[in-house]
Design a protein around this ligand. Structure first.
Ligand SMILES: [Zn+2]
Length: 148
């Protein structure tokens, strides 16, 4: 196990909210399948160690939930895009930069913006609504077969 993965695992299991949340943030941006696979092998321990961490701020809990979903997707062999509709934090342009998504079209320019995206791995298409409140967020809606 590499140093980094081991550190992340130790942090996730630490029951120290600050360490857990910073490790969760690291997992959420980790694009390293072998590292994710290693961490996913420890999912039962991670879930046990973090389930009673409640009481945190909502964004922190969301980051932890996202990290656990990310590891579940890895464990179950699900496409990364399975995560998109579950969270409001996936920016289409960033996913495109990372090579995970192709933005087919976007609908500017307004206070909000819609994107039409296709997953670069499985071809599933999504409509993405970008909205701005306190933070910018993105709602991913899976498009049915044959939708344009
Ligand atoms: Zn996909």
């Amino acid at each position: 196990m590499s140093e980094t993965v081991n550190d992340l695992l130790m942090d996730l299991l630490s029951r120290d909210t600050h360490r857990v949340w910073s490790a969760a943030c690291a997992v959420n941006v980790l694009r390293d399948p072998p590292a994710l696979t290693t961490l996913a092998e420890h999912l039962p321990e991670i879930e046990r160690a973090t389930e009673d961490l409640g009481g945190g701020l909502f964004p922190n809990n969301e980051r932890l939930r996202q990290a656990i979903y990310t590891l579940r997707a890895q464990r179950d062999g699900l496409c990364r895009c399975w995560l998109y509709p579950e969270f409001l934090t996936y920016a289409p342009l960033k996913e495109q930069e990372a090579g995970d998504v192709t933005v087919l079209s976007s609908d500017p320019p307004d206070w909000h913006m819609d994107y039409h995206c296709r997953c670069a791995h499985c071809g599933t298409e999504y409509k993405v609504e970008q909205r701005e409140g306190h933070l910018t967020w993105w709602k991913w809606l899976k498009l049915g077969d044959g939708a344009s």
